[in-house]
Design a protein. Sequence first.
Length: 295
Amino acid sequence: MVLVQFRVTVPDVERFRVACEKWYPTFEQDGARNQQVWNSESNPNEVTTLTEWESHDQMMESSEKWGDPSAVSGTAPKGSKLTRDSPIEKRAPEIIRILSATYPQAKVALNFSTPLEMLVATILSAQCTDERVNQVTASLFQKYRTCEDYVKVPEAELAADIKPTGFFNQKTRAIRGACQRMIDVYGGQVPDTMEDLLTLPGVARKTANIVLGNAFGKVEGIAVDTHVRRLAERLGFSTEKDPDKVERDLMRLVPREKWFPFTYVLIDHGRRICTARNPKCEICPVNHLCPSSRV
């Protein structure tokens, strides 16, 4: 499946909408489905269309036949010299644009309502799926509401409560250690700076970036999890293995205003298409720019 988003500013929104409805049956014959058209809340003359295609090839064939491929996310403009062999400094902006348009709703998948819940959920997510973490925290966050709650219960009890997330002994020590330090140094509150978060047991830059961005709206870097690290290597954004070095490479190539959202764009792409074992390169919207593509 390929999602194609096209944003345009037009003088007459309703006229454009009618035109889209007229064009869609033709696209549908080429394999398109589920077209959506909606107006921008901030600009009354801006319209966005989102169309789902069964494959990248079908999208390419139809765009060549009915429209300018440069207007379609996932295709290179006519005459463009960008290829998967182009320097990453040239490819990166286009990759970022295409993937961001493909996953416009990308966001953190962990459920939380407070900075402490965000911190605990992120610690639990190590070597565990977000779905499993959310299953565990649904009851965990009812039982443990403050740093003191995590510290006062027997260690074995907390370990049993988080056991389904795996590595539960190590995670128990990290959560209790972080909570104890927050009680001792930060008045039982989650600190809101990178420097202070990194003093907590079990917290490295990935966790700190996730907590800062989601709980406090502060962006100081790019959270590098297993998906981000894998995609950074495959796309040619970084050749490093160390997460901190991968983050530095990404921060150099990704505009600062996109650091936070692009983290979750890469995660979504890694889960849906650029999977670890069997990446679906044939439907990847950036396969023409990816040096690791198999097609």
